[in-house]
Design a protein around this ligand. Structure first.
Ligand code: P6P
Length: 335
């Protein structure tokens, strides 16, 4: 038993003291997120035993079948964040509209949280790793009431973002603006997320590419030629192909081992599949804070000004040199 373990709460309290004028609201906000993740982790791990797999009998706004765990995870995050007195608005993959924290009970705070409560839930029954994704913004004008347009901020405005991976272990990866990316493993024996991976960095170039090659025939010429170049390189060995089909798991591997994860646009999905506000942006923020890169094909994901809360974006993310290389292929063959 580590009698001096660095829990995420202790880690954030220490960081908070370095921020002039910090009020402690962020620490409280994070605490409500941690409670959500502990609850979701428990539900995911017990789903088979308690028979809460399966469909909830409805679809979300973007047409995905909602699983019982999707609904449970979403309600947990909305309730915990809404009761934290630190949040004024939320965007969830599972909700059609922006969620306003009711001002009536004066619970409104200064933060806006965009999240996918349980990403990859189609992989639950086969026990593939899944995860929660989140990004934290501030209300643009603290002197004014929250309005729905306040959520349409580029990912560059995030104060923090990250994900919690529910896999062979549960791990929170938290990126703080200009303060690095840090991994905290959940220890259920003490009910705490404990710092195990301080200052995570993505290596400049990897040897793994990750994409759904079932879409190959629908991809642009540039992306097809890039994939071909990884399989049949003019020099050196081919890249390894890895694809779990769960963004959090594929991204976590990319951060740990290097390489590139891609969900390009294609003739079936002209803007790609993954959503900008609560999937692409948070992951792009983590990648860039870890020294990697995240592009929509010809420019940074985090620079995109969102227009609708469920809009999609193509994404190429991971090692900086690998992302730059596919941007070159797209520029050469697709422009
Ligand atoms: P495909 C899971 O459904 C998800 O939203 C992401 O987690 C994952 O990266 C992607 O979709 C997988 O999509 O088309 O390869 O099944």
């Amino acid at each position: 038993m580590d009698t001096n373990c660095m829990t995420v709460s202790r880690f954030i309290i220490e960081r908070q003291r370095e921020v002039p004028g910090a009020t402690g609201e962020f620490t409280i906000l994070l605490s409500s997120l941690l409670t959500s993740f502990k609850s979701i982790s428990s539900a995911v791990n017990r789903a088979g035993i308690h028979q809460i797999y399966g469909l909830a009998g409805d679809t979300n706004i973007t047409g995905d079948d909602q699983k019982k765990l999707d609904v449970l995870s979403n309600e947990t995050m909305i309730n915990m964040l809404g009761a934290s007195y630190t949040v004024c608005g939320m965007v969830s993959e599972e909700n059609k509209n922006v969620i306003r924290v009711p001002p009536a009970n004066e619970k409104q705070g200064k933060y806006i949280v965009c999240f996918d409560p349980l990403d990859g839930s189609s992989n639950i029954e086969c026990l593939a790793s899944i995860g929660s994704i989140f990004g934290i913004l501030k209300k643009p004008d603290p002197s004014k009431d929250f309005k729905e347009a306040d959520v349409f901020q580029p990912g560059d405005n995030f104060v923090a973002a990250g994900y919690t991976l529910y896999g062979s272990a549960t791990m929170l990866v938290l990126a703080l603006k200009d303060a690095g990316v840090h991994g905290f493993m959940y220890d259920p024996t003490i009910g705490e997320f404990v710092l195990t991976d301080p200052d995570m960095k993505i290596q400049p170039k990897g040897k793994i590419y990750s994409t759904n090659e079932g879409n190959y025939k629908y991809l642009s010429t540039g992306v097809q030629k890039y994939i071909d170049s990884k399989k049949f390189p003019e020099t050196g060995e081919p890249y390894a192909a890895r694809y779990i089909g769960s963004m959090v798991a594929d991204l976590h591997r990319t951060i740990k081992y290097g390489g590139i994860f891609m969900y390009p646009k294609n003739t079936k999905a002209p803007n790609g599949k993954l959503r900008l506000l609560y999937e692409c942006n948070p992951m792009a923020f983590v990648a860039e804070q870890a020294g990697g890169a995240a592009s929509e094909g010809s420019g940074r994901i985090l620079a995109i000004k969102p227009k609708s809360i469920h809009e999609r974006a193509p994404i190429f993310i991971g090692s900086k040199e690998d992302v730059a290389e596919i941007e070159d292929f797209i520029k050469k063959f697709d422009s």
